[in-house]
Design a protein around this ligand. Structure first.
Ligand SMILES: Nc1ncnc2c1ncn2[C@@H]1O[C@H](COP(=O)(O)OP(=O)(O)OP(=O)(O)O)[C@@H](O)[C@H]1O
Ligand SMILES: [Mg+2]
Length: 485
């Protein structure tokens, strides 16, 4: 579904360019030329996001934010501000605005923040149904009636209304994130913010400033104060996803937060009390990480008091038919076809597969099977075809990332420093081009298209990276030879 974004700014020109930009990105745009109009729009049109200028005639930015926040406490609001008015923007963040952007803004950055804010809004506002019957098709549901899942529901019910820190554990794709959202939604803080921080997706230094914020001048480039997510989410809940991968220095800071319920911004001396509930999740073997010195034992003990284990799918294979029915309903609904159902042999096959990627892998498999099957009930053959594909991609999920990382590390170790960056990038670019040409059977126009490059650009890159392809290719096709470096 299209998301609706409401722009509140008195600058007609700016609203127009926003309208164009966001429409191109597939959003529906509403605009308001004053704070009063913005508040009205929020009340009547229920947008998914507001982008609000701080400097407005009449009702000012902060008053407008407060009014919007009273009407829709979970509606994400991005503040736009000019350099001189960052203090009010910071105040708005403290009162619960999602983020702020300095004018004149960078388009890709703005679009990135918009996407993040919409996602955060969805997480807060879409309720996760716990243990519903499968007829009620929505992606936001935790399905399963096995004893192991009943235990999970009970645990979610028990911990939700408390402010206790919760640790969610279980393999990849077992539903930890869904469980985190369910806990939040059933908690006393459900009308307060829920912020998701993925501890692996963000580089260490950024993660630190993202969480804790910084003072002006804390490091080169810190031109003004930034309020961190922990402070911003005060009164609410923070989901620290993949906490097993959190860098050591930050682990100590999180421990301190849990013990003292306060933080310090980077480069700041002031101790700031923060009242956040922490929900953490990991699929790592934390006990092993401790013996390897990668995870702090004291933080582990602090986190593990309330642990909820999400069972592996193969340990609750009795739930597979229910899940299969659920996903077939959801996916056929999404693509607007009738649910074709599933054959008995196919179901049996689903029950016997190992599902290392758990529910996520099962869902992906059924989504693919639905594409192969074209109307008839999903057969064992459809599943076979779908799993052979998802098996490949499941391996891709974990392996190449670490392989590439190891390779990059080895290059760093060997590297002379001179031109290291360029030469590593060139190697990667060369491989990417070779793979694209392979994947398109040597058709360079298609390869160029695949890569989003023009044909001349592709050719100049082939020259630049010294890629060689056979001049008289087999079966009339270019086949790449190993490149020379
Ligand atoms: N019990 C369940 N019922 C229905 N859908 C589920 C269930 N568990 C997981 N899913 C779906 O499977 C996918 C993966 O779930 P989720 O992101 O919560 O897993 P995770 O444990 O956080 O995985 P990872 O460790 O890889 O981050 C999501 O699309 C989610 O909706
Ligand atoms: Mg997850």
């Amino acid at each position: 579904m299209k998301s609706t974004v409401c722009i509140v700014d008195d600058d007609d020109q700016l609203r127009k360019s926003f309208q164009k930009l966001l429409a191109e990105e597939g959003y529906t745009v509403l605009d308001a030329a004053s704070g009063e109009e913005g508040v009205d729009t929020v009340r009547t049109a229920k947008p998914d996001l507001v982008v609000l200028d701080m400097k407005l005639p009449g009702m000012n930015g902060l008053e407008t934010f407060d009014a919007i926040h009273r009407i829709e406490p979970k509606l994400p609001v991005i503040i736009m501000t000019a350099f001189g008015t960052t203090e009010t923007a910071i105040e708005a963040i403290k009162r619960g605005a999602f983020d702020y952007i300095l004018k004149p803004f960078d388009v890709p950055e703005m679009l990135h923040v918009i996407r993040k804010a919409l996602e955060a809004g969805r997480f807060m506002r879409n309720p996760v149904d716990v243990g519903v019957p499968p007829g009620k098709a929505s992606r936001e549901a935790i399905i399963g009636k096995s004893p192991a899942m009943q235990e999970v529901y009970k645990a979610i019910g028990r911990v939700s209304p408390t402010d206790a820190t919760v640790l969610l554990r279980g393999g990849s794709g077992t539903g930890k994130e869904l469980a985190a959202r369910a806990i939040y939604q059933h908690s006393n803080r459900s009308d307060r913010p829920f912020l998701v921080i993925n501890c692996v997706a963000i580089p260490e230094t950024l993660l630190e400033s993202e969480l804790f914020g910084y003072e002006k001048g804390a490091f080169t480039g810190a031109a003004h104060r930034r309020v961190g997510k922990l402070e911003q989410a005060s009164g609410g809940t923070v989901f620290l996803d993949e906490i097993g991968d959190m860098p050591q220095a930050l682990q100590s800071k999180i421990l301190r937060l849990l013990q003292e319920k306060s933080i310090e911004r980077l480069g700041g001396r002031q101790t700031i009390p923060v009242d956040v509930r922490i929900i953490a999740a990991t699929n790592r073997d934390l006990e092993k990480a401790i013996t390897q010195g990668r995870f702090r034992e004291d933080l582990y003990y602090r986190l593990k008091v309330i642990t909820i284990w999400l069972p592996e799918l193969r340990e609750r294979s009795e739930d597979i038919p229910l899940l299969a029915e659920h996903f077939l309903t959801v996916f056929s609904q999404e693509v607007g076809v009738e649910n074709p159902g599933i054959g008995r042999e196919a179901l049996q096959m689903l029950k016997n597969l190992p599902w290392r990627g758990n529910v996520r892998e099962l869902a992906n498999t059924l989504q693919k099977a639905l594409i192969f099957n074209r109307g008839a009930p999903v057969s064992a053959e459809d599943i076979r075809q779908a799993t052979s594909e998802s098996r490949e991609s499941a391996d891709w999920d974990t392996e190449p990332e670490s392989v590439v990382r190891q390779w990059v590390r080895s290059r760093l170790l060997q590297g002379s420093g001179e031109n290291l960056f360029e030469s590593v990038m060139d190697e990667v670019a060369g491989m990417l081009i070779e793979e694209a040409i392979l994947a398109t059977d040597g058709n360079r126009s298609r390869a160029a298209k695949l890569l989003g490059l023009s044909r001349p650009t592709l050719h100049s890159k082939i020259d630049k990276y010294g890629l060689q392809f056979e001049t008289r290719p087999r079966q009339g096709k270019d086949t790449p030879k190993p490149s020379q470096h």
